[in-house]
Design a protein around this ligand. Structure first.
Ligand code: HEM
Length: 437
């Protein structure tokens, strides 16, 4: 039945009408189909489950119709489980949707590379050794070790660095006070404070040439270029993330004034009105710390983490992750999944408190990722967040300006998951006038 029809078609078809373009197009389609079949045959059978996409395009089209890509990825996580895979174009992507699987994968030594970022490689002139954030292999290891040891020797994130960060937060408070309670967008002021802290790390201390750390640096993967790359990475990775975090804090406090009042009451009780809060107060401020954790959970500033790349074929949870696969930790899902978090959509700082009011940590709160590439700025960011949040709330009450549009807790998904622009009024609290300047 079918064969005679083809014969009939072949006889009826006017083959003289075929132009070279037709032939070329047919050859191209044939080649693409052959490539696609070969590509499919090469893929291992036990890839993590996931949505099927179109040949060559993968699931790209599914993102076109959605205004909330995180919700779509979250749906896939609910449908396919803790580890899912799909193609974006011809690139295989694996998504890790649960804490245990992120922890297992990101501990694995062969899942620590980064996808290539040609622009950064070109700009830095260092190729694949371009700094810490996208560096791979031995040079990444050396640059990470170097950065962490510089942080350690400066006491970054430790008690000895507290004064530097606290001084910056006092300066921030002063600038906010100058607004005299009138509406302002906190973005620029917060950004300046965060940038200044990173500046003190990078430019505030001089190494001597005899310093062993410095000498090791010059022998190995370190060049003038790669050092510049690391510095650029610290600004890039540390600026927007921390500023965005502080912006979420102010926004959530405006949206939940009763939470703001309770934090202020705890600060007044523990710290008193004679001084600003310090790091050592943290252990006596369980509610305040729970609020910080809940804003981190809801804010999920680096919602999809920073992608890793499989350097060889790796098996995780019985699934093969082939060499060259890009792996994303779905940090937002891990911190917001209905399976792990009771009433996950709600803003409920109490979820981090035990019945007797003690702070309880949750391993699923992977705000800074986890494993071998975990954020090296974590301690610094934690210090800035704690000192920034507590000192601002000790001095001011943040209020939505009258006649301003309703507050939105929706997010913009760009480099970070950030709040939509907003204005705030910082009303100085009583009895802070002379005591805290
Ligand atoms: C609230 C603020 C911050 C958040 C939420 C955050 C989050 C993250 C996350 C999720 C990663 C990816 C880890 C991975 O690949 O698995 C990362 C990497 C990184 N972060 Fe942060 N970060 C913050 C602040 C900072 C600060 C203050 C610095 C430095 C001053 C910094 C420097 C870096 C660097 C250099 C990397 C790359 C590490 C590597 O590839 O080995 N971050 N951060």
């Amino acid at each position: 039945m079918f064969i005679p029809r083809i014969n009939h078609f072949a006889m009826e078809f006017d083959w003289h009408q075929l132009t070279p373009y037709h032939l070329l197009a047919t050859a191209l389609v044939g080649l693409m189909a052959a490539w696609f079949v070969k590509h499919l045959m090469r893929l291992p059978k036990n890839l993590p489950p996931g949505p099927t996409g179109l040949p060559l395009l993968g699931v790209v089209s599914k993102f076109f119709g959605t205004s909330d890509p995180l919700a779509l990825l979250s749906e896939w996580a609910d449908m396919y489980g803790e580890i899912t895979s799909f193609n974006i174009g011809t690139q295989l992507v694996v998504l890790l949707n649960a804490y245990e699987v992120v922890a297992e994968a990101f501990r694995h030594p062969d899942l620590q590379d980064r996808p290539r970022c040609r622009i950064k490689e070109e700009v830095s002139g260092c190729g694949r050794n371009a700094g810490l954030l996208i560096g791979v292999g031995q040079s990444w290891k050396e640059q990470r070790k170097f950065t962490l040891s510089v942080f350690r020797s400066l006491g970054v994130g430790k008690k000895s660095y507290e004064d530097t960060v606290a001084a910056e937060m006092t300066q921030l408070g002063r600038a906010i006070k100058e607004k005299k309670g009138s509406p302002f967008d906190p973005n620029i002021l917060l950004g300046q404070a965060v940038a200044n802290v990173i500046c003190t790390i990078i430019f505030g201390t001089q190494y001597t040439y005899s310093d062993t750390e410095f000498q090791q640096g010059t022998k190995s993967s370190f060049s003038h270029h790669s050092l510049k790359s690391v510095i650029a990475d610290l600004f890039f990775a540390g600026m927007e993330t921390t500023t965005t975090t502080l912006k979420w804090f102010i926004l959530y406090m405006m949206a939940y004034p009763e939470v703001q009042s309770r934090v202020q009451a705890e600060l007044d009780h523990v710290v008193g009105r004679e001084r600003l809060p310090g790091l050592s107060d943290g252990k006596n401020l369980p509610y305040t710390c729970a609020v910080i954790m809940e804003v981190q959970r809801k804010g999920a500033v680096v919602a999809m983490g920073v992608p890793h790349l499989a350097s060889v074929d790796v098996t995780i949870r019985g699934y093969t992750i082939p060499k060259g696969t890009i792996i994303y930790p779905n940090i937002w899902k891990v911190m917001n999944s209905k399976n792990f978090w009771d009433d996950s959509d709600a803003f409920k700082p109490e979820r981090f408190l035990s019945e007797d009011g003690k702070l309880t940590n949750r391993q699923e709160l992977i705000y800074f990722s986890t494993g071998r590439r975990i954020c090296p700025g974590e301690q610094l960011a934690r210090m800035e967040t704690f000192l920034g949040f507590t000192s601002l709330l000790h001095r001011f009450t943040f209020k939505k300006p009258d006649n301003s549009p309703p507050l939105s807790l929706d997010a913009n998904l760009g480099g970070t998951r950030s709040s939509l622009p907003y204005m705030t009024c910082a009303i100085p609290r009583e009895s802070t006038e002379n005591l805290l300047d």
